[in-house]
Design a protein around this ligand. Sequence first.
Ligand code: XMP
Length: 520
Amino acid sequence: MRDTNSLEKILVLDFGAQYAHLICRRIRELGVYAELVPYDITNKEIAERKGRGLIFSGGPMSVYETNSPLPRMEIYKAGLPILGICYGLQALVFQNRGKVSNASRREYGKSPVYLLSHENPLFRGISSPTICWMSHGDAAESLPTGFQAIASSPNSQYAAIASDNLMYAVQFHPEVTHTAEGNKILSNFVFDICGCTKNWSTETMIDDAVADLKTLIGPKDKVLCALSGGVDSSTTAALIERAIGKRLICVFVDTGLLREGEKERTEDFFRPRLGKNLVIVDDSKRFLSGLKRVKDPEKKRMIVGREFIRSFERVQRRFGKIKWLAQGTLYTDIVESAKSAVSRNTQSKIKSHHNVGGLPKDLKFELIEPLKDLYKDEVRRLAATLGVPKELVFSHPFPGPGLAVRVIGEVTTDKLRIVRKASSIIEEELRKSGMHEKVWQAFASVGDDLATGVGGDARSVGHIVIIRIVESVDAMTADWSRISYDILEKISSRITNEVSGVTWVTYAISSKPPSTIEPQ
Ligand code: XMP
């Protein structure tokens, strides 16, 4: 692999925020290499990694708690520009002898931020007010000597601050897409304040990944790639195929938890490309019996993860020795499972995505996860550059545990039938109206609650189907789609007419946060 250490880079100190890695990715999008590093990195390590600028990420703790993560004091003498974000602002203020306290009002969601000066390089070209995403309970109460406020919001006197020696900090999150001019703010920091030049692109990413895989996989080793028919595993397969050709074996497992037509679509696309190296197994009975009577979503994820590995091990026995297992794990899968290597366990666990949390301890494979630093939209760009067809590049994400996490409560064949059919109606209607590619995900979910309906002249009792349609860039945050009433009406009436056992249809109007995208 190219020695990324020789690149000048922005180092993002990880204080455990869900969004810490997102900052890196936004900066890479600007064309500059960025890397997540432990919050207690030393100045020597910063110099060895050729850091040109430092960003302090957000984090879930309060700076005044004992054991809260804080950077080493020497970092303020490194002579590099610093940008603190949210908790990062509070750490900067606290360590430089300002005061941080619990704010009287938590500030959460979108807020107008008013610039107090257009002269500050961090805000060059930014409008005032500018809409920013806030998510904090603590706030700076008084600033350290040498600092001044450069922006404020209705609830934050110090929405942004700057010192006279290259230290900047913002209380909002410039890295999330809800902050309208967040990219411009990061770009001002990276290029104008740190003086970086562009050194990173999709092509360099592919070259690096292929070279890395060639070094890692021995000249005779075989790789088994778990293929789901989605963009992540297809891109993983395409990258590995570039590196090792016919030593790649792809396995598609019918778990009984798939979307309608998924198996057929996958076979149609991959069989001509992979021939005998595409293995399709039907293990649905085993998966469904493993899930019997299980209601807890975390348990469901673990069970699906475990059963997947069993399926792979069977294929492994059939093909003789296969050393490696490749998975299309993305960064969001890892961060939501709180498995970040550098976070030193400061991240909160949201969900164990099956391909991260559910691996058995006695795994008989070594793992390859070439996309594990990337987000979905980065993978889509990679896929397009690798020649993966458009319909696959833009297919909606589908969770590894499949419909098991869209069925609330116990997974039964009846509830599976309902979500499968209702989801396919939703996707079909969105395609017809040209909305399918405009939204991040669209699907149905069903639980055990029943509601009364009336069919013909008779009362009936049936399931409540929840329609979930969200817009997002990377699944870290998401907003419910303001889809037209006409489309919703068509979907609703088709579901009650065509899916037996459904009497009510509802639309989920919760964003992420505070909700997640999948119901479980
Ligand atoms: P949530 O529900 O956590 O989902 O907001 C974020 C994105 O990840 C997908 N997802 C999963 N993917 N294994 C996966 O491979 C999982 O267990 C899993 N759970 C959620 C989800 O569809 C969304 O795109």
